[in-house]
Write a protein that binds this ligand. Structure first.
Ligand SMILES: *Cc1c(COP(=O)(O)O)cnc(C)c1O
Length: 382
């Protein structure tokens, strides 16, 4: 598989990436395991009733994730758009036809914590709704949510995870206030796996819909996402989605992606998650140990990870005065060659090495490349 992919990529003049950064869309998300690839191949071999495939796949996904209903979208961002649309229109075709340009008289506001504003809320806004912000960066009061909800409120959107939840109301509080006013809550948990239990945690906590990326920790197709939650809202999503001529029509999820996502969820549920996290711990420990004793370099285990997930990553800090080279130069050197290494930056002087997107043992290549980058640095730095 790898050889084939390399051939396609080198044919296009591209260099391969060793991804020690994260499940980033711009780097290809994640790598699909064999059973997911097999499911996509099998799905590609015949025509199928696509809406019926979507329905059956949704039923299976709902059972597997302990939810009432489920839907496969073309990504978590598409899931946000479809979920928002569903909360505005319900199953009313006349309302569905009006999105995104004619929302006068419809529920056309979505409440969001100010501290949770981020680029992905564009996916909510593209339905045509106006965001109503609550709270300050450090703190949000329950009365702010209470007073932001009115007869125009379609939903509250809540970005889950340790990073977004700092300064926000707890999800349980949001659900309590919203439900008392008959307003649904949409949770974005796109990158909040592990733990896999989040596939049911948010809805068990009262969220009406929860959205996940298929192409991050689930290791499904990069252009897939999972929406779980209330059956009536999933039905409304279906009506807003492809192949129907509605706002979700450009967010098409193919038969291969639907089959691949089902296989990916099955694969993840069948694996030993604590053992997976133990593997991450071993990889991180190996990286930290390999930096010990290099003058000007300090390394330690960092927790939680990039999107606030409860798993470790390595933080390596470079003292440019001692090394004669700064962090940005190290990153630049890691970015040379084929394959090259991508890492995430920390503050002004550090990098993170994230094991989630490294194969077992691939951390050794990253270690070697960091050593090389510093070795050259020591020579040039004299
Ligand atoms: C990655 C991410 C998304 C987008 O997910 P896709 O599956 O790439 O569409 C949305 N929201 C958050 C918080 C994310 O981290």
């Amino acid at each position: 598989m790898q050889t084939q992919a390399s051939d396609i990529y080198s044919d296009l003049g591209l260099r391969r990436v060793i991804n020690a950064a994260a499940t980033l869309t711009r780097l290809g998300g994640s790598l699909m395991p064999r059973p997911v690839l097999d499911a996509m191949m099998a799905a590609a071999r015949s025509y199928i009733d696509l809406p019926e495939l979507q329905r059956r796949a949704g039923e299976k996904l709902a059972r597997m994730t302990r939810n009432e209903a489920a839907y496969v979208s073309s990504g978590a961002a598409a899931g946000l758009t479809l979920s928002t649309a569903a909360c505005i229109t319900g199953t009313d075709p006349a309302k569905i036809a009006r999105l995104p340009n004619d929302l006068v008289g419809l529920k056309n506001e979505v409440v969001i914590h100010r501290c949770q504003r981020n680029g992905y809320d564009h996916a909510v806004r593209q339905t045509g709704v106006t965001l109503v912000e609550i709270g300050m960066h450090g703190i949000t009061h329950p009365w702010e949510l209470e007073s932001a909800i009115n007869e125009r409120t379609a939903a509250v959107v809540y970005f889950a995870g340790a990073n977004f939840e700092k300064g926000a109301l707890p999800l349980a509080t949001v659900v309590g206030i919203a439900h008392a006013r008959s307003v649904p809550v949409i949770v974005d948990g796109a990158a909040q796996i592990p733990p896999i239990a989040n596939l049911w945690n948010y809805t068990e906590a009262g969220a009406d819909l929860a959205v996940f990326s298929g192409g991050k920790a689930l290791r499904g197709p990069q252009s897939s996402g999972l929406i779980v939650g209330r059956a009536d809202l999933i039905e409304a999503i279906r009506l807003n989605g492809p192949p129907n001529a509605a706002i979700g029509r450009p967010m098409k999820c193919g038969k291969e992606e639907i089959a691949g996502l089902v296989a990916a969820v099955e694969f993840y549920l069948g694996q030993d998650e604590p053992a997976l996290i133990q593997r991450y711990e071993r990889q991180v420990a190996r990286v930290v140990d390999a930096m010990a004793g290099i003058a000007g370099v300090t390394a330690r285990r960092d927790f939680p990870s990039e999107a606030g997930q409860p798993m470790p990553r390595a933080l390596i800090v470079f003292d440019s005065a001692a090394l004669g080279v700064d962090r940005d130069e190290v990153v630049r050197r890691l970015g040379e060659g084929d394959p090259y290494v991508e890492v995430a930056k920390s503050a002004t002087d550090g990098i993170f090495v994230n094991p989630q997107t490294l194969a077992d043992g691939e951390e050794d290549i990253v270690i070697e490349r960091i050593h090389q980058a510093l070795g050259r640095a020591r020579r040039h730095g004299g």
